[in-house]
Design a protein around this ligand. Structure first.
Ligand code: TXA
Ligand code: MG
Length: 330
């Protein structure tokens, strides 16, 4: 079936929900990035996600539910510390890794006995899950290892007819994926992926129960969850992360793109250049990151040089994505 782009009006969402019920694939907006959704309880529908993305089966999917009451449909043994996190951050961009319910096919979790779950805050995502009446397994709607999609066009460009329906809900708000935490020991909480909820925000709720990742991160040993491969989020163009424009060899300038964090680069001679946030705001920078990388990637440049963000708040998620994008080429 050729892909069909629909709007977010209720009739179109009903159509998308019926495609999901029939085992089809629907790309939909969330507050983080666009997801590629299928019925999480239908193993053959889930298998189509892996095919469409060319994703290896060892990389588990996140299950999206419409409200916290549905968590018992996909997970078990929800501990008090989990309820504190749910109270503070759901609906929103926090994925909890919990002991898995038997109803969830092993394909969704790559055979793990845990499942990643979140309630998205995007009204279209919640409405879709609600109308479809099922938990929706959804990775980001891009080919495996490539840049994440933050608008409907990115989905169409990356996946084309591998997806049945694309719901166009405009650009996403956060622009980086959800933060993933493992709280399966019921006491301490460990960050598996930096994302739209910052470590500082988690710290406010968890205090000493948050196992800090900052230190290992500084040493460039980012925590690795299953599927969190060191190379990921890659543009087609080679990407190199730098501290400042001073690190770019002069001979490269005319043929390269430069992605500055807040201060425009001193050189005016780059083939393409972008600034993530003139105000130096990490949230604004994160929201623009993938869109800007998609645009720089569309230029005929030999290298994209990208500046590290300040290592605080959502800046950590930006640096995680840049580090992994660069790893593809090193
Ligand atoms: O913001 C997001 O989280 C987006 C939107 C669509 O919700 N989804 C997303 O999915 O980023 P994806 O597939 O691109 O990344 C999900 C990652 C996997 O690579 C894996 O590392 C982790 O979630 N994950 C899923 N289930 C897990 C589990 N049971 N244990 C540990 N990590 C898990
Ligand atoms: Mg992804």
């Amino acid at each position: 079936m050729a892909h069909r782009i629909v709007s977010t009006n209720p009739t179109d969402l009903d159509l998308a929900a019926s495609v999901l019920r029939e085992g089809g694939l629907v790309a939909f907006p969330t507050e983080t990035v666009y997801g590629l959704g299928a019925n999480a309880l239908d193993a053959s529908a889930v298998a189509r996600i892996f095919e469409a993305k060319q994703r290896p089966h060892f990389d588990p999917l996140i299950t999206h539910i419409a409200s916290r009451e549905d968590v018992s449909r996909v997970a078990r043994d929800v501990q008090p510390v989990i309820n504190e996190l749910i109270d503070a951050f759901w609906p929103g961009p926090l994925t909890l890794v919990l002991p898995k319910h038997d109803a969830v096919p092993a394909l969704v979790t790559s055979g793990l006995d845990t499942v990643g779950v979140r309630v998205p805050s995007h009204p279209v995502a919640r409405h879709l899950i609600d109308v479809a009446g099922m938990p929706i397994a959804a990775p980001s709607a891009n080919k495996f290892g490539r840049l994440s999609p933050v608008n409907a066009q990115h989905v169409v460009d990356g996946l084309g007819d591998a997806v049945d329906v694309v719901i166009d809900g405009g650009p996403t708000m956060h622009g980086v994926e959800s933060t993933i935490v493992d709280a399966s020991d019921g006491d301490h909480v460990r960050v598996l992926r930096q994302g739209a909820i910052s470590e500082e925000e988690l710290q406010l709720i968890l205090g000493s129960r948050l196992v800090s990742v900052s230190e290992s991160e500084m040493k460039n040993e980012a925590p690795v969850g299953p599927g969190q491969l060191p190379n990921h989020y890659a543009p087609n163009t080679r990407l190199i992360v730098v501290n400042s424009v001073e690190e770019v060899p002069d001979v490269d300038v005319a043929t390269s793109a430069y992605l500055a964090f807040s201060t425009p680069p001193r050189f005016h001679d780059f083939a393409a250049k972008e600034v993530l946030s003139r105000e130096g705001d990490v949230r604004e920078a994160a929201a623009r990151l993938f869109d800007v990388l998609h645009r720089l990637d569309a230029n005929e440049v030999s290298v994209i040089y990208a500046e590290w963000a300040p290592h605080e708040g959502v800046g950590r998620a930006i640096n995680d994505r840049l580090r992994r994008a660069a790893a593809t080429w090193s």
